[in-house]
Design a protein. Structure first.
Length: 318
């Protein structure tokens, strides 16, 4: 039997039993006897905060609070989660990877989404915030961070990072890690940068679609690359279907029904039998902008990005 050791604490009933913090207290005639966590994995202040949270929960919810805590423990849901931005982000990524979120209609996150959040977490611009306890970050802290990063000269990147921070704070509120959203003031601030909405597309009135299509059919490239024809075929399919370039890059032969003349694109690639392979012939092609740039120059049309072909398709269909 482990001996219970008393020590100096601001929470009555909190002690150490063996290598763990232990709370023993009577609240509203409900006897709390609960191990809060190991001494090696949580600090005294964390143990005190956990004890206070449990006492308040029992005071407000009665024995139901103890039952819910037991349920969380049985399902391996930590009750003393770290509340730094880093840990909350990792928690959200883990959930999104397995279960998805409301924004993805509960479909598991795609690899690009996960990579985007990990890149955001490790980016230099987020260094001042990621290891801060989210509850201690004030609205003025967010404003100062935003304006300071804005002054570095990449306003679109600043606002894109801020958008992720806004979403993370909403996630934190949904998990009870946060009550007041510190991004609210900056969201509505007149100082916030408005990212211009891209409306690029090929103009049919100036025969840009025709010149672009003709150039693709005749394109040779300044250098003989194995992927030149692959990129041209991909661009043609994007123009004819309006599908996103990311979807087409991973297109597999098994997704094409030649009998019905349809293509069914699932959420993630399932094999390596790609219609548009990269230069190694195994993985899907990744870089198509270089070839697209040369085609644009030869066609004499304005600069566009792959997604503008999707907008062009939309214009043609109107």
């Amino acid at each position: 039997m482990n001996a219970t050791r008393k020590f100096s604490s601001s929470v009555a009933g909190l002690s150490m039993r063996g290598d763990s913090y232990f709370l023993r207290k009577m609240v509203n005639k409900i006897h709390i006897q609960k191990t809060l966590g190991s001494v090696s994995s949580m600090s005294l202040s964390d143990a005190e905060r956990s004890a206070i949270d449990l006492i308040d929960a029992v005071r407000n919810q009665g024995s139901f609070a103890l039952e819910m805590r037991k349920l969380k423990e049985n399902n391996n849901i930590p009750t003393n989660r770290s509340s730094t931005i880093r840990h909350i982000t990792l928690d959200m990524i883990a959930h999104g990877k397995q279960h998805g979120t409301r924004k993805t209609a509960n479909k598991p996150w795609k690899k690009n989404t996960i990579r985007g959040w990990n890149d955001w977490l490790e980016s230099e611009r987020m260094n001042p915030l990621v290891d801060q306890d989210i509850k201690t970050i004030s609205r003025s802290d967010i404003e100062d961070w935003y304006i300071n990063d804005l002054n570095k000269g990449k306003p679109s990147a600043t606002d894109n990072a801020f958008r992720k921070l806004v979403r993370l704070c909403k996630w934190a509120i949904g998990t009870s890690a946060l009550i007041d959203n510190p991004t609210t003031t900056m969201v509505n601030s007149e100082r916030r940068y408005t990212t211009p909405k891209r409306r690029g597309r090929l103009d049919n009135l100036n025969n840009e679609i025709g010149r672009f299509s003709l150039t693709i059919s005749q394109y040779q490239g300044s250098q003989a690359k194995r992927t030149n024809d692959t990129v041209c075929h991909l661009l043609v399919l994007s123009l004819l279907t309006g599908r996103r370039a990311d979807e087409l890059r991973s297109l597999e032969w098994s997704w094409i029904n030649f009998d019905r003349n349809i293509i069914v694109i699932p959420g993630e690639p399932t094999s390596e039998r790609f219609v548009f392979p990269g230069k190694d012939g195994i993985a899907p092609i990744r870089d198509i902008r270089g070839t697209l740039k040369h085609i644009i120059e030869q066609a004499g049309v304005k600069r566009i990005i792959p997604h503008d072909l999707r907008r062009t398709f939309g214009s043609i269909c109107r």
